[in-house]
Design a protein around this ligand. Structure first.
Ligand code: SAH
Ligand code: SF4
Ligand code: F3S
Length: 440
């Protein structure tokens, strides 16, 4: 394709969090509404959208190397658009450094992508990194198709300003999408095939709006309303902040049968000095007490978290507190990262940066503990019977993969279809999946 013809096929590559996956889907829908088609697997696309993540180091370098790799054997390149959080944070630099990039679009402006692509096809490079998120959703096309498990962004942005984190700068201030829009989008997703909806937000449990009668409503109320959609079987939400875990949401885990017994609640560290330096508003003790309340509402809840090792100034003893917290919680799964200094964040200029070798060693110890607990959690599921939502085919003939209520991957042989909810006996658990047998 030459730079002055309109692209006919596109590919969107999303990196980073689930909100980026959601945005990537919506960008695809926008382009389709303009008459473009998703490129076939393995085929070259006329337009490639790199939907980027800025959360940890090397993100920007990765974008440049991805751009380089998009050059084809015959020396041509597709029309390249850089979207997502790197576009927001480093858009100007990308335009200056990578002449093959024709469009730079931030996460709150991607509803303008089709116009920008049209401009670029006329030979004019286009940049758009405005922040107001509300306009975007109203400008997106109606949802039509969905897999069995769908994402629905309900809240965007973050006002928490943890000292290590770029999200408040790349995604802007916290905003909640209106209740009625979300109920409508959820219904369309279910009509389009979704049986499960995961409500998304950088701080999803800070979502707040008004219901149809103008009464204040939080995430528990939204989940209650969505539970009335007959063909919707499961509701999940992520990512939550401990400070926004209100009584109603905790209680909902005991009363809303469609709300799945799983909670991703990042703690980051088990040491109170480090937590303060991170500007997290909880202590190790307040976090553990919160989990006690959640477990009282829903005893079988599976817990998940995020951790950072090697935050500036973290001592060996402070790191040991994180291991102690992990022992106390018994996570079903968790994500753990080495601290990565992000330009423009307060932590980047703090004293006491921890040497890479120390971070490596801490991460290994933490991950060994988390892996141990994940396996133990899965092993404890052996012998249980539960519904599994069938998501896709497995590697072996007749094999299917799906998720348990506790977000474990379950594989089994059966005659089923994608989107079925199948009662399965959980037989043999490994670290990452469980072999099951459906009731016949
Ligand atoms: N809003 C969510 C998740 C934000 S990003 C929350 O508050 O938990 C996902 C995870 O990336 C964070 O929970 C944190 O563990 C990790 N992370 C964020 N910034 C980081 C940094 N600079 N270095 C290492 N890990 C980081
Ligand atoms: Fe980042 Fe903290 Fe906001 Fe999460 S709560 S997105 S870690 S600033
Ligand atoms: Fe990454 Fe942006 Fe998500 S930085 S984690 S894509 S909010």
């Amino acid at each position: 394709m030459s730079a002055t013809t309109s692209p006919r096929t596109f590919r969107v590559k999303s990196f980073g969090c689930q909100m980026n996956v959601y945005d990537g889907e919506r960008m695809g829908e926008l382009l389709q509404a303009q008459g473009m088609a998703a490129a076939e697997e393995g085929a070259d696309a006329d337009l490639v959208v790199l939907n980027t993540c800025h959360i940890r180091e090397k993100a920007t370098e990765k974008v440049y190397s991805d751009i380089g790799r998009l050059r084809r054997d015959d020396g041509t390149t597709p029309l390249i658009a850089v979207a997502g959080c790197v576009a927001q944070a480093e858009g100007e630099e990308i335009m200056a450094r990578a002449p093959s990039v024709k469009v730079v679009v931030g996460p709150q402006s991607y509803h303008r992508l089709p116009d920008m692509v049209a401009e670029a096809a006329q030979g004019r490079r286009a940049t758009e990194t405005d922040m107001p998120a509300e306009a975007k959703f109203a400008a997106l096309p109606r949802r039509r198709r969905s897999g069995p498990s769908a994402f629905l962004t309900v809240q965007e942005g973050c006002d928490k300003f943890c000292t290590y984190c770029v999200v408040p700068y790349t995604r802007g201030a916290e905003i909640s999408r209106p209740f009625a829009d979300l109920v409508e989008e959820a219904k369309l997703l279910v009509e389009g095939g979704a049986r499960e909806i995961t409500l998304l937000g950088q701080n999803v449990n800070a979502w707040a709006s008004e219901d149809a009668r103008g009464r204040a409503i939080g995430l528990a109320g939204l989940a209650e309303e969505l539970a009335r959609i007959p063909d919707l079987a499961r509701i999940r939400y992520t990512t939550s902040h401990p400070a926004d875990m209100d009584d109603a949401l905790i209680e909902a885990h005991g009363t809303n049968a469609k709300l799945m017994p799983f909670l991703h609640l990042p703690v980051q560290s088990g040491n109170d000095r480090v937590l303060r330096a991170m500007n997290r508003s909880h202590t190790a003790e307040s976090y553990l007490k919160l989990l006690d309340r959640v477990r009282a509402a829903r005893p079988d809840i599976a817990l998940s978290g995020d951790f950072i090792v090697g935050f500036p100034g973290e001592t060996d003893a402070e790191f040991e507190d994180t291991l102690r917290l992990v022992d106390a919680v018994g996570y079903a799964q968790a994500f753990s990262f080495k601290y990565s200094a992000r330009p423009g964040t307060p932590a980047a200029t703090m004293d006491g940066h921890v040497p890479a070798t120390v971070m490596d060693e801490r991460l290994q110890r933490l991950q060994a503990a988390l892996n141990r607990d994940q396996l133990a959690f899965n092993k404890a599921s052996e012998g249980k019977r539960c519904p599994v939502l069938v998501e896709r085919r497995g590697k072996h003939p007749g094999q299917w993969l799906g998720k348990s209520p506790w977000l474990q991957s379950v594989h089994f042989i059966a005659d089923v279809r994608i989107g079925d909810l199948v009662e399965v006996d959980l037989l043999e658990a490994g670290p990452n999946s469980i072999a099951g047998r459906p009731l016949s």
